[in-house]
Design a binder for this molecule. Sequence first.
Ligand code: ADP
Ligand code: MN
Ligand code: MN
Ligand code: MN
Length: 346
Amino acid sequence: MSVYRAEYIWIDGTEPTKKLRSKTKIVPKGEEPPIWAFDGSSTQQATGDRSDCVLQPVHVVLDPIRGGDDKLVLCEVMLVSGEPHPTNTRRACVEASKRYGDFDSWFGIEQEYTFFKGARPLGFPDGGFPAPQGGYYCGVGADEVFGREVVEAHLDDCLKAGLRISGINAEVMPGQWEFQVGPLNAPDIGDQLWLARWLLYRAGEAFGIAATLYPKPVRGDWNGAGAHTNFSTRQMRESYEPILAAIEALKGRHSLHIENYGFGIEERLTGLHETASYKEFTFGVSHRGASVRIPWQVAKDRKGYIEDRRPNANMDPYVVSRLIMETVCGAATAGSKPRQMAAATA
Ligand code: ADP
Ligand code: MN
Ligand code: MN
Ligand code: MN
């Protein structure tokens, strides 16, 4: 049969943290995946009496699971009027990316996540706790590593789909892992991260293991899960001054960023477990207890990028990348205005 399977993937309206949804459309070979629709009353995106929401394809990759000519089709959710749906955060990200296009912003996101088997994190015995943290980070061996079969299947799928995965590692808490996407411009970074998340959940199905983005999956002396967001503009990649200016701009809008960096951020950003307290903004070279870290190589080269360590694992990369552009590029744009203009608006 000359058709292919297109898996339409979209982001729903679940509060406080949106979820991924998908369904399959059979498309004639040689044709692009068309606009489609779904029942928004089942995804917290519409009421039953006006339930139709529209799926607008925006980012298509090969489907590494089905293979052949089959595709994964990431979509924006639209209203039937043609306007972006209120839950569509990608559109504003696209606009910010255009507005600050001259900066050529790059993002590299470290997505941490935690596997669950039933109600317990993978590697946690039913009635108690595993040995304390210390040996699990980048560990090896059946006593330290839990879920590598899923991690490897996921990495394979991401590479086959052509996603810009830059690495993976086992994390500090057992059953916790990380993959990195980027560096990429926005909204590509968001598209690829959402697709990689979908592939992660999908890979877990075959093993009966659920991947989660809970920011603090286990209370107590166990690391939370974040999504460190590494960021640079063309100017930051060329010299040090713009790096310090970017940090200054982020400092000035700390609470706005914290409010938009993922639900439950106060539970994770305690000031312990390689985090800075959400209550204050700090930065430092090589400092993993700071809100923003300047990697040692960057301090040495006097150019490069910064790491915003604040975002939660469950953050929306369209929101986080948009905010960083608005804050950093917005401040740089305002700062470069001619003096008489600044005076005229004062
Ligand atoms: P960490 O030491 O914090 O664990 P990782 O190696 O996990 O760092 O992740 C670093 C991330 O930084 C990668 O996703 C990489 O793509 C990204 N990155 C590297 N250079 C840049 C840059 N100039 N701008 C933005 N992101 C970058
Ligand atoms: Mn990392
Ligand atoms: Mn990490
Ligand atoms: Mn990091």
